[in-house]
Design a binder for this molecule. Sequence first.
Ligand code: B12
Ligand code: SF4
Length: 423
Amino acid sequence: MIVFLKKVRVKTIFSTFEPVVVEPLELFYLKSVLNNMNIENHVIDALFKLKEPSAVIPDVVVLTGYNVAENEIIKQAKYYKLRYPEVKVIVGGVHIQGNSDLFHSDAIDYVCHTQSLSTFKELINKIIMNNESPIAGVDYQKNNSTWNISNKVVLETKEFINPDRSFFNQYSHKLRYLEKRNVALIKGSIGCPYNCSYCYCKLLNNGNYIKANYKEIIDEMESIDADYFWIVDDVLFSSRSDALEFIELIKVKNLKKKIIGYLRADFILREKDLLPFLKEAGLIEIIVGFEATDNDELNKYQKATNALDYPEVITLLNIYDIDLTALFMVQPEYTLRDFMKLYRFIKNNNIDVYTVSILTPIKGTQDYNLLKDKLIVDNPEKFDFLHLVLKSRLPKWLFYMLFYGVHVRLLTSKRVWKYISRR
Ligand code: B12
Ligand code: SF4
């Protein structure tokens, strides 16, 4: 059997600048499963110019991609069916996990809406055996006509499988997080224990959060020759004991690694005495979702953080020389005053690196269902957090002018210039 594993991408404004380029780690988990089964497989990803090998005819094509690639995934499934009439097409990944019904297309055979890699293995085995019996977590097309819908599957523990890193070893020089080069991704947890109203991540694994196993993360980091490790878990630590365990494990191993991770502002403030130890353990950059500078907005988002704490959080990270990427979100209802307030907050707190997203309801979330009648566009490619998908209070041109205006201060960032000059 031969399997193609493909990340379907669409160009967004984000991909024009490409401040972050990382390995499509999900494909390398799937690759690892196939390698263990001794199945020939080829990773295809346009970002890295990895093309289909010309003389090879696949038996299975696996397509994955984010919300913006929703239509493109279906389009590519059709393309592969035409090109290889016998091929079986499987789709899966985070967007599909929460929106399986959108992929019940003629050109797709299996819709994997579980995170489970053992389910993926089982599915491949069934395809090999030509066995049509149902699998939990996978919808499939029966006799090319009706869809057999499976119940949702919840993973209770993380499966122990490490992704294949052969790609990383070959392409690490191309991988970056802004000015930081040679960055490997690490996934430890699944989902998020918090409940911010707009967020898609908390819905993953059907809302069932699985905490990271820090020992496994650290063992994995130890085996990879990277300068930086971006642990992409939605929250690196949700309790003090998590952080203490992490610090202790790194200390015992005497591991010297540079780590980027996500932490919430309330955690940083509450556990501020741990910051020097976390820095010592290798945490050199923290990504913090501040979202808004106003508590009314934060309450609306059920963010459960206090905007009045944010300046102290920024100062603390400065004191301990931990880089910050601050994440903000603007709403379509924003007025000139709201944009100015955000701009002033960024300026007054000397925030060097930040991103600003436009509040965008993502399919699968409750926000999306509430707001879907008010959407002004339905093209998934526009749901990249950089386009208005809901009507703005300000005229569109003025909204975008202010939205891009807020980004201007990034040009004063040394880190951004380092990134630009390296490109
Ligand atoms: C790092 C990251 C990125 C990286 C890319 C990472 C990558 N792997 O290529 C960068 C920074 C480039 C990026 C960009 C974007 N991202 Co992003 N990103 C993330 C983040 C933080 C982690 C993703 C990751 O790499 N995880 C590690 C991998 C290994 O985990 P995984 O994808 O879940 O895969 C596991 C399982 O799901 C499963 N699996 C995955 N695929 C498949 C397929 C099959 C068949 C099977 C069986 C199983 C399976 O196996 C894996 C092993 O456990 C997530 C947040 C999150 N919680 O997921 C957002 C997230 C995925 N991003 C998101 C979005 C929207 C984007 C952007 C479109 C917009 C933006 N401005 O950020 C752009 C896309 C640009 C483009 N041109 O496509 C959304 C996606 C929502 C959705 N419904 O699709 C998320 C969930 C965040 C959010 N805001 O909600 N992102
Ligand atoms: S925004 Fe962050 S903290 Fe809130 S639910 Fe999503 S991932 Fe969790």
